[in-house]
Design a protein around this ligand. Structure first.
Ligand code: COS
Length: 383
């Protein structure tokens, strides 16, 4: 749903310009230094990018999901690490509060998340609980009007920068699955909360991931999202339904850029006395990529419209994330093929994107988990 077309058009044009003039020229440097300069992050704050999905009453832009997707499709034509900086505030690091938080929790955190003054992070995964998130072991034991948290969270995006962590922990050890889990808001600096080392990743250098360790970390009972015990897993699933659609849009944006790089190269590069773009085998790769990007774009926008109508998008968001994340990896692979030896060389953005996009088939649920969700929903519908 597009609430305000003219404001959205201005936002989209501003982001297009920002991507072209500020982000793309810096992306190689950010990747090599594994860091995004503060001035770029400040500019992202000024543009309101941290608050795209946060309601206006809490100082965000309050975009509908369709509007957010339109912005993301442009932003992600620069390296995915720039989206990663705002990604947890727009998505998993803030949505738990937006969807299920109490008024007090919303007032405390959302304005600061919207402005980018603080970074939010989503701590669900554990060393022994990845795809099977409901088997998580981090414990939260009640002690008076507090809970004591113990456990380790793994591969937590933006944890090194985060000021507030949505930590999923088991409040009822007698319920082994989803029902025993609660979601806590844990502030950086809480005694007992510490971080592991920055992981060395295959790609997306400039975006940071580490363990979050909870060692007798005491938090007040009022830190439970919505102040309701035992519904944390459902909060996580609701967050992921929305954020997987956002990730699918990230994939479409990245694929658009990668194809643009491949097309320009194919038009410039001459072999056998003509541009390689004139060869039908190259044209097939360009055309397949174009068609697949178009398909994914339609899926993401359609899913967003359904979400904005307050319909259940569990199946559609998984379909979009599955298709778009697999698609962007195929597009990146073809781009490397079109560039030939140059596609394997660091001087070309395609080499970096090829590594960067591999993550999308893994996080926020692997492709296999998306398949599982889609099929389960299909079976449920006929049972
Ligand atoms: N919205 C609301 N509630 C949901 C839901 C959704 N989309 N999906 C599931 N639930 C509810 C179910 O209705 C069920 O509630 P009841 O017990 O009251 O019926 C509860 O949550 C448990 O659901 P389910 O039985 O389907 O849970 P499973 O343990 O079988 O796990 C999957 C489901 C595999 C889908 C889940 O663990 C998952 O998404 N795994 C991947 C995790 C992930 O994405 N990790 C990445 C970390 S973030 S970077």
């Amino acid at each position: 749903m597009i609430k305000d077309e003219s404001t959205l058009n201005v936002m989209v044009e501003t982001v297009q310009k920002f991507v072209k003039e500020r982000l793309i020229p810096f992306e190689e440097q950010c990747s090599e230094n594994d860091e995004i300069p503060h001035e770029i992050i400040d500019e992202m704050r000024e543009l309101g990018l941290f608050g795209l999905s946060i309601p206006e009453e809490y100082d965000g832009l309050g975009l509908t999901l369709e509007e957010e997707i339109n912005v993301v499709l442009e932003l992600c034509q620069a390296s995915p690490i720039f989206r990663s900086v705002i990604g947890t505030n727009v998505g998993i690091g803030a949505l738990g509060i937006v969807i299920d938080g109490t008024e007090e929790q919303k007032k405390k955190y959302l304005p600061k998340l919207a402005s980018g003054e603080i970074i939010g992070s989503f701590a669900l995964t554990e060393p022994d609980a990845g795809s099977d998130a409901a088997s998580l072991r981090t414990s939260a034991v009640k002690d008076g009007d507090h809970y004591v948290l113990n456990g380790t969270k793994r591969f937590i995006t933006n944890a090194p920068e985060a000021s507030v962590f949505t930590v999923f922990a088991r409040t009822n050890p007698d319920i082994k699955g989803a029902g025993g889990i609660s979601a806590f808001l844990v502030d950086k600096g809480t005694p007992g909360l510490s971080l592991g080392r920055n992981e060395k990743k295959m790609g997306q250098w400039g975006g940071h991931v580490c363990d979050v360790i909870l060692d007798n970390c005491r938090v007040p009972a009022s830190a439970i999202i919505g102040e309701k015990e035992g519904v944390g897993f459902k909060t996580a699933m609701k967050v992921l339904d929305k954020s997987r659609t956002h990730i699918a849009a990230v994939c479409v944006g990245a694929a658009t850029r990668i194809l643009d790089e491949a097309l320009r190269y194919a038009v410039d590069r001459k072999q056998f006395n003509k541009p390689i773009a004139d060869f039908q085998l190259i044209q097939a790769m360009l055309a397949d990529s174009k068609a697949e990007i178009y398909a994914a774009r339609c899926m993401v926008l359609e899913t967003a419209r359904k979400y904005d109508l307050k319909k259940n998008i569990s199946t559609e968001s998984s379909c979009s994330k599955l298709f778009a994340s697999e698609m962007v990896c195929r597009v990146a692979d073809r781009a490397v093929q079109i560039l030939g030896g140059s596609g394997y060389i660091r001087d070309y953005a395609v080499e970096r994107f090829y590594r960067d996009v591999r993550l999308f088939r893994l996080y926020e649920g692997t492709s296999q988990i998306q398949q599982l969700i889609i099929a389960r929903n299909m079976i449920k519908d006929v049972s």
